[in-house]
Design a protein around this ligand. Structure first.
Ligand code: UDP
Length: 328
């Protein structure tokens, strides 16, 4: 059994990874400054004897040094994410994402520890080469549009991880996550699925930005976690970039309709122009579809959870949460 360090382990994806790793019998160290994560996300495992949690940033040098030292593999998930966050706090986005990854890689290099770095499908930007392959060109808009700062910060992280592998032999693996969804994801920072679910369950119209014809591929969190754990024990992926996603594509209006249907909501759909939702001149991606040949070949695992099932599980979690809050 291994010891894992999960940065951002109290976040949405991180907490699911922590739970799954503990269930497999691994020891798990978690660093999370709770800026967007929450201790509540770890409530099911908080007293687990193989879990150690410190509410600290990855930039706390001595703590990071100790945890990296004890870990066999580092999952670096800590980051500033969410389109609202990126537009409202561009400095924090850029500094946290680049500074955090730099700190983790530098420490991992001292001990030659394996690092699995979570990047994002956002790095494909406005590329039209669907489906997106890992070796495809990345196409960004002007630097005056703050949205692109997130993609660029993650691209720098990717370059840095690859550079540490090539120059210093630090075993790094880069994964690009395509719109992961599931329980514990919150809508505060912009993510569309929890926003639509909460709106539908409250009987409020669903806020579709732009024409609603833009599409995404949503991946259930348990599939992402399975891939991450398989990669931790797989040396074929070292020095590689891999898309992690479910290629099932849906338009945002299609998503809104589906969510209204599965919640039995009487809500309608309100179309809101991008500049009102985000900022003037906001640019969105029309389509975002992963080519997952590489990760499937590498891990012999393909996504198991359909979009319908993923939305139903997430809806059930939202309902359960509403009940808990009502009782509290
Ligand atoms: N979106 C929307 N209504 C919302 C939140 C998001 O229509 O309340 C749209 C958003 O403009 C984008 C898509 O849903 O086209 C996915 O947005 P999200 O922020 O979840 O992820 P990303 O843009 O990073 O794919």
């Amino acid at each position: 059994m291994a010891t894992f360090l999960v940065t951002g382990g109290a976040g949405f994806i991180g907490s699911h990874l922590v739970e799954a790793a503990l269930a497999e019998g691994h020891r798990v160290l978690v660093l999370d400054d709770l800026s967007s994560g929450s201790i509540e996300n770890l409530s099911a495992v908080r007293t687990h004897p193989a879990l150690e949690f410190l509410p600290e940033s990855v930039t706390s040098k001595s703590i990071l040094a100790e945890f990296v030292d004890r870990a066999d593999v580092v999952f670096h998930l800590a980051a500033t994410v969410g389109v609202f966050n990126i537009i409202e706090s561009p400095v924090a986005t850029i500094e946290n994402n680049i500074g955090g990854t730099e700190a983790v890689l530098r420490m991992a290099a001292k001990k030659k520890k394996k690092v699995i770095l979570t990047s994002t499908s956002e790095v494909y930007g406005k590329s039209h080469r669907i489906p997106f392959r890992e070796d495809g060109d990345l196409v960004f808009g002007a630097t005056s549009k703050s949205r692109w700062s997130y993609a660029c910060s993650k691209v720098i992280d990717e370059f840095l991880a690859l550079a540490y592998w090539r120059e210093f032999g630090v075993p790094t693996v880069i994964v690009r996550l395509f719109n992961t969804i599931g329980p514990r994801q919150i809508g505060r920072y912009g993510m569309v699925v929890p926003r639509f679910l909460n709106q539908a369950l409250a009987g409020q119209d669903l806020t579709v930005y732009g024409s609603g014809q833009q599409s995404r591929c949503f991946t259930y969190v348990s599939d992402v976690v399975r891939w991450l754990l398989l990669l931790s024990a797989n040396d074929r992926a070292v020095g590689e970039i891999l898309n992690l996603g479910n290629p099932e594509e849906i338009t945002i209006t299609g998503l809104a309709r589906k969510i209204i249907e599965i919640t039995g909501s009487s809500a309608g759909i309100e179309f809101i122009p991008y500049e009102r939702a985000y900022e003037l001149g906001f640019e969105d991606m029309e389509r975002r579809v992963p080519d997952i040949e590489k990760i499937v070949a590498c891990t012999s695992y393909s996504p198991q959870v359909t979009l319908d099932a993923a939305l139903r599980h997430t809806r059930d979690w939202c309902l359960e949460r509403q009940k808990q809050y009502a009782i509290a």
